[in-house]
Design a protein around this ligand. Structure first.
Ligand code: IPM
Ligand code: MG
Length: 368
C-alpha cells in the first residue's frame, strides 16, 4: 500500500511529538511493506510568523491532496494577545472545516497499569472504555455573526450557536454505527433544558435512535454529564455531542486516563481522508525540553492506519506496543517517569516486533 501523509508539526511540543510518531509510522510501514511519502507544512503560530496567516494556501492544498494529515499542536503565548486578529487556532479550525472533517473521535480507555496515575480511585476506573464523538465543524466555533461591536453600553461581543438538522444527523448516525461495533450504547449530550439548538439536537437524536432499535440510547444534560464522567465513567460507551461541549468534556475525560498526553484523536468526514492529532495542545511550558509524552500522537497514528488507510492490524500493533511499553514502566514526566520524548518513542518502537507477532486473529475483532 502507498499513502501520502501531510505532516503539520505546528507549535510548542507539536514538532517534538510528531518526530517520534513519524518514526513509529515508518517502522510499522517497513514491517508490513507499505510505502509512505511525506510532505511537511506550516500551520498555526509557526505559519503566522513565516507567512502572516495561520493556514497558508500551500498547506491547505497539500492537506487536501494527502490521504491523511498528521498534526502536532497549535498555539502559544507568543500569539495569545486577545486583540490579535490572526491567531494560530484559526489554522486548525480552518483546516478541519475546509477538509469537511465534521466528526472528531476521542477514545478514552485507561490502562490498568496507569490507574494509580489518575486522580480518580482505581475502582472508578475499572471497565472504563468510552469514545467521545464531538461534532467538529458547527456550533459556537463557526456560527455567524461572530464579532465585536461598540454600542451605547460599551464593547459587546457575540458568538452564534447554530446547527442544522443535517449537521446533527450525520454525526449522531456515526455514533450509532460505531456503537454497533462496541457495547451498543449511545449517550447524546445536550443542554436541551435551555438551548434551542440542543432541543433540535435531541429531537434529531431521537429520530436517529428509532432507526437503530438494537442500540440503547440515553439523553443527558451536559452539566450532569460532566459530573457522571467522573462519578460513573464506566457507564459510558459512545458519547456524541456538539462542538464546544465535546471540547470541554474530552479534556475532563482525559483525567481518567492519568494524563492528557496519552490521548489521540481522529477527525473524519464523508470520505476516508482524516486529520489525526493528540488532544493535548501545544504545552508551551514544556516545549523544547524533550519531556513531552509522544503517546497521544503515536496512538493518533494508530487511528490513521485504522480509519484512513483501512489497516486494522497495523493500528492494533501500535496500540499493543504502546500498552506494553507503559506496562513495562516506560513513563514520561507527565506520568511521573523520567523517559524523554525520544526514549518513549524508542520504547514503543522496540516493542513493535513482539506486538506484531501477537497480531493474531484474536486481536483483529476489535475496531475502536
Ligand atoms: C482541541 C483544541 C482546539 C479546539 C483549539 C486548539 C482550537 O482545544 O482540539 O480540543 O478547541 O478544538
Ligand atoms: Mg480542546
Amino acid at each position: 500500500m502507498h499513502a501520502r501523509i501531510a505532516l503539520c508539526p505546528g507549535d510548542g511540543i507539536g514538532p517534538e511529538v510528531l518526530v517520534e510518531a513519524r518514526k513509529v509510522l515508518d517502522a510499522v510501514a517497513d514491517r508490513f511493506g507499505h510505502s509512505i511519502s511525506y510532505s511537511e507544512h506550516l500551520i498555526g503560530g509557526a505559519a503566522i510568523d513565516a507567512t502572516g496567516t495561520a493556514l497558508p494556501d500551500d498547506t491547505f492544498a497539500a492537506c487536501a491532496a494527502a490521504d491523511a494529515v498528521l498534526l502536532g499542536a497549535v498555539g502559544g503565548p507568543k500569539w495569545d494577545d486577545p486583540k490579535a486578529t490572526v491567531r494560530p487556532e484559526q489554522g486548525l479550525l480552518a483546516v478541519r472545516q475546509r477538509l469537511g472533517l465534521w466528526a472528531n473521535l476521542r477514545p478514552v480507555a485507561p490502562y490498568p497499569c496507569l490507574y494509580d496515575r489518575s486522580s480518580l480511585r482505581p475502582e472508578r476506573l475499572a471497565g472504563v472504555d468510552l469514545v467521545v464523538i464531538r461534532e467538529l465543524t458547527g456550533g459556537l466555533y463557526f456560527g455567524t455573526p461572530k464579532e465585536r461591536t461598540i454600542g451605547p453600553d460599551g464593547r459587546r461581543a457575540v458568538d452564534t450557536l447554530v446547527y442544522t438538522e443535517h449537521e446533527i444527523r450525520r454525526v449522531v448516525e456515526m455514533a450509532f454505527r460505531i456503537a454497533a461495533t462496541r457495547r451498543c450504547k449511545v449517550t447524546s449530550i445536550d443542554k436541551a433544558n435551555v438551548l434551542e439548538s440542543s432541543r433540535l439536537w435531541r429531537q434529531v437524536a431521537i429520530e436517529v435512535a428509532e432507526q437503530h432499535p438494537r442500540i440503547r440510547v440515553e439523553h443527558m444534560l451536559v452539566d450532569s454529564a460532566a459530573m457522571r464522567l467522573i462519578t460513573h465513567p464506566s457507564q459510558f460507551d459512545v458519547i456524541v455531542t456538539e462542538n464546544m461541549f465535546g471540547d470541554i468534556l474530552t479534556d475532563e475525560a482525559a483525567v481518567l486516563s492519568g494524563s492528557i498526553g496519552l490521548l489521540p484523536s481522529a477527525s473524519l468526514g464523508d470520505g476516508p481522508r482524516g486529520l489525526y492529532e493528540p488532544i493535548h495542545g501545544s504545552a508551551p511550558d514544556i516545549a523544547g525540553h524533550s519531556v513531552a509524552n509522544p503517546v497521544g500522537t503515536i496512538l493518533s497514528v494508530a487511528m490513521m492506519f485504522r480509519f484512513s488507510l483501512g489497516l486494522e492490524r497495523e493500528a492494533q500493533v501500535i496500540e499493543r506496543a504502546v500498552e506494553d511499553a507503559l506496562r513495562d514502566g516506560c513513563h514520561t514526566r507527565d506520568l511521573g517517569g523520567t523517559f524523554t520524548t525520544e526514549a518513549m518513542g524508542g520504547a514503543v518502537r522496540d516493542r513493535l516486533e513482539e506486538a506484531a507477532a501477537d497480531a493474531s486473529s484474536a486481536m483483529l475483532a476489535r475496531s475502536i
